[in-house]
Ligand binder design. Structure first.
Ligand code: NAP
Ligand code: ZN
Ligand code: ZN
Length: 349
């Protein structure tokens, strides 16, 4: 078994510490990856702080993983030693249910095996990307195109696919007006991808503090939701509202911004439930929906799309000692736009 230095949290909300974890011996279809960069997703914070319910501790978060194949099992055909690869939010699934057979493993009816804070089919606890290495079945590993540097590719494995999938499913494109709510890790990729797909993009942010960056990323319009006039001015404006906010929002106010037959799709995953007045849906034949990351095939498609459009995430690269401070900044909405851990710093004193 290979040992790996990792950043782990021993109890809910405790600070990170460096420790050693073991990764399983390579099975026939396993790949061992030397991790170069790992993104910090708000979901890591929700789980480390137990905002979604009980977690498994000690916990090594990280499901935005970019690195290089270091070794392969005897039966591996999809990747070779030296390949640039990525791992996202899940590392296995049942492979037999209808969603799995359709390549939508994130909706596996028996539950996907999440990259960390979960259990593999053999009962072993999963540990994520804030570590030097990871071992993953080849079918759950994607190829990172040469055109995308590792540090800007890592956040695509969760933030990128989580917005790409609903933007494609709800047909963001020319002639469609798309609003992205929240300009954080997911939101900034939502703006970039919706713009690249040809949609007219509006950012709805709490304030105008990030307006200049939002417009640079490809937004056509930018409005502050902290200003109540925004909701009057934009009433009936959007075909699609993509909500990336990590806290509950007043849904009725946002639904009033939809055009006839518009959809509000939620990818933000707050811990508290939301309330809804049915008339907000009835009066505009609206759809209120949710969406979870994306399957392996679609994740590869998203990476190829980003390579073709020469884009990755906007990142702040940090060292292994800076993760606690970075978490606090994410919670304060003070991130432009994704923190990424340089895993080379894990081995340094
Ligand atoms: P993030 O970087 O913290 O971005 C969230 C943004 O929401 C903030 O930058 C902020 O944007 C806005 N916001 C935060 N608190 C708010 C509040 N109280 N009211 C209004 N707006 C607020 O987080 P992230 O990593 O993008 O993740 C966002 C959410 O998506 C998290 O809940 C995460 O768990 C979830 N998620 C879901 C999936 C999925 O598959 N569905 C995948 C990944 C993540 P402004 O400063 O612009 O207002
Ligand atoms: Zn995530
Ligand atoms: Zn399944």
């Amino acid at each position: 078994m290979a040992t790996s230095t990792a950043l782990l949290v021993r109890t809910p909300g405790a600070p990170f510490e460096r420790s050693t974890i073991t990764r399983r011996e390579l099975r026939a279809h396993d790949i061992q990856i030397d991790i170069h960069f790992a993104g910090i997703c708000h979901s890591d914070i929700h789980q480390v702080r137990q905002e979604w319910g009980a977690g498994i501790f000690p916990m090594v978060p990280g499901h935005e993983i970019a690195g290089v194949v270091a070794a392969v099992g005897s039966g591996v055909t999809r990747h070779r030693v030296g390949d640039r690869v990525g791992v996202g939010c899940f590392v296995d699934s049942c492979r037999e249910c209808e969603p799995c057979r359709a390549g939508e493993q994130q909706y596996c009816q028996r539950g996907m095996v999440v990259t960390y804070n979960g259990r593999d089919h053999d009962g072993e606890v999963t540990y994520g990307g804030y570590s030097q290495q990871i071992v993953v079945d080849e079918n759950y590993v994607v190829h990172i195109p040469e055109a995308i540097p590792f540090e800007t590719a890592a956040p695509l494995l969760c933030a990128g696919i989580t917005v790409y999938s609903p933007l494609r499913h709800w047909q963001a494109g020319p002639g469609r007006r798309v609003a992205v709510v929240g300009l954080g890790g997911l939101g900034h990729m939502g703006v970039k991808i919706a713009h690249a797909l040809g949609a007219e993009v509006t950012v709805l942010s709490q304030s105008l503090a990030k307006e200049k960056e939002g417009l640079r990323l490809g937004a056509d319009h930018y409005h502050a939701t902290g200003d109540p006039r925004t909701f009057t001015a934009l009433r009936g404006s959007f075909d699609l509202i993509l909500n990336t906010v990590s806290a509950t929002l007043p849904l009725d106010s946002y639904l009033s911004l939809l055009r006839l037959d518009g959809a509000m799709v939620n990818v933000g995953a707050p811990s508290e439930p939301s309330s809804l007045n049915m008339f907000s849906l009835i009066t505009r034949r609206a759809t209120l929906a949710g969406s979870s990351i994306g399957g392996i095939r679609e994740t590869q498609e998203m990476l190829d799309f980003c390579a073709e459009h020469r884009m990755g995430a906007e990142v702040e690269v940090i060292g292994a000692g800076d993760v606690d401070a970075a978490y606090d900044r994410v919670v304060r909405s003070d991130v432009r736009f994704r923190f990424v851990i340089d895993i080379a710093t894990l081995g340094q004193a």
